[in-house]
Structures are given as structure tokens and as C-alpha cells.
Design a protein around this ligand. Sequence first.
Ligand SMILES: C[S@@+](CC[C@H](N)C(=O)[O-])C[C@H]1O[C@@H](n2cnc3c(N)ncnc32)[C@H](O)[C@@H]1O
Length: 202
Amino acid sequence: MKNGQFAYPRGWKGRLAGHLMALTNHGMNQKVMELMNIQPGDRILEIGFGHGRLIHRLMSKSDCSFVAGIDISETMVSQATYLNKRFIQEGSVRLVRGDVCQLPFEGYSFDRVCSVNNYEFWPDRQKALDEIRRVMKTGGTFLLAIRGKNPDAKKMLDRISLSEHDIDEAQRLIKQAGFELLEVSRHDLPFMTGVMISATRK
Ligand SMILES: C[S@@+](CC[C@H](N)C(=O)[O-])C[C@H]1O[C@@H](n2cnc3c(N)ncnc32)[C@H](O)[C@@H]1O
């Protein structure tokens, strides 16, 4: 499978990939947290949480009330569960294994949804975006963080980065799903150019 252990981490290699992603994607996850503009009491959903560091940071450093996460990989669910076990026991975090194209949540459940570095792996992007909109409250915000091409990036990282054409298409699909685009910003981050697309659910 293309980008196997990053797209779908499995077994001991997957656990290793999880730790590696926690390091290389730290800057991107920090920027996402900054841009999310979390308000007290917010209910948040993270798609493709991987190692689970962003969820841990959201619970430790913001006033949100609840974070749910979904990831296709059993290995990542177990790694992120270990890291967030205190919050899970308290009932303020719920992590599930599943596909973004079929979210196991009721409609109008979340104020904010974010996805960092996994849009490129979604099997049906339009279906995924329709699902994200379904589970969001009206007026809620969605932040899609993707890795844009960076001329200084190492070859391996460049291969898993999205082109300008892909980034334009992401915006088109987001609008088609019934969101209003708010902002597209680009950030020079360690190992990558972070492209952040924010949109509100109409
Ligand atoms: C490159 S990792 C990114 C992890 C983390 N968000 C970060 O920025 O470090 C991609 C993650 O998306 C998950 N993923 C891939 N396809 C998915 C899908 N269809 N639905 C939910 N999660 C998915 C993978 O299992 C993996 O944990």
C-alpha cells in the first residue's frame, strides 16, 4: 500500500511510525491548536488522530469540554488510548476505530472538527466531507490541515505532500459538501509547509 505505515499504521512498525509522526508533525499539530480558536465548553472531533498527542494537548491546554477521535488503525487507537487514558477514564475523551467516510456519531454533535495530515488517505473525500458536515453543529468550524509541497523537503516527505491542484480540489469539495470557506493559510513549519483550510458549517 502507498505510504503504508503512515496511511494505516500496523503492528510494531506502526507503533514506531506513530512515534515518528508525533515528532515530525509536532509543529503542524501545534499550529492547528492555535488556529482552532477553541471556546470554553466546545465539543471537538479529531479525524485520523494517530499517536493522539493533539487530543492530549486539547484536553490539557484548552477549555474544551469533550474530545472524540476516530482513526482507521487499531494500532493507533491503542497508542492514543494509552496516552489519553486519564481523560478517557474521566469520560472527557472517547476514541474509536473507524473510517472517516462512516462516522459513528449523531448529527449536530461537534462545535469543531479537525483533521491533520490524513486527507490524502481518505478513500472517498466527498463522502468524508459530507459525513463531517453531518456531525457538526450549524456555525461550527472545520479545520483541514494538509502538507503542501516544500522545495526544501526531503524526497520522501515531498512524495506524501499535496500539489496546488489537490489543495484547490480540497477547497472545491469542502464547498460542495455545504461549508463556507473562511480562510486558507500557509505556514513554514519544521519538515513541511502546513496548509490550513478553515470552513464553517452552514
Ligand atoms: C500521517 S498519520 C497523521 C497522524 C496525526 N494526525 C499527525 O498529524 O501526526 C495519518 C493517520 O490517519 C489515519 N487514517 C488514514 N485513513 C483514515 C480513514 N479513512 N479514516 C480515519 N483515519 C484514517 C491513519 O490510521 C493515521 O493514524
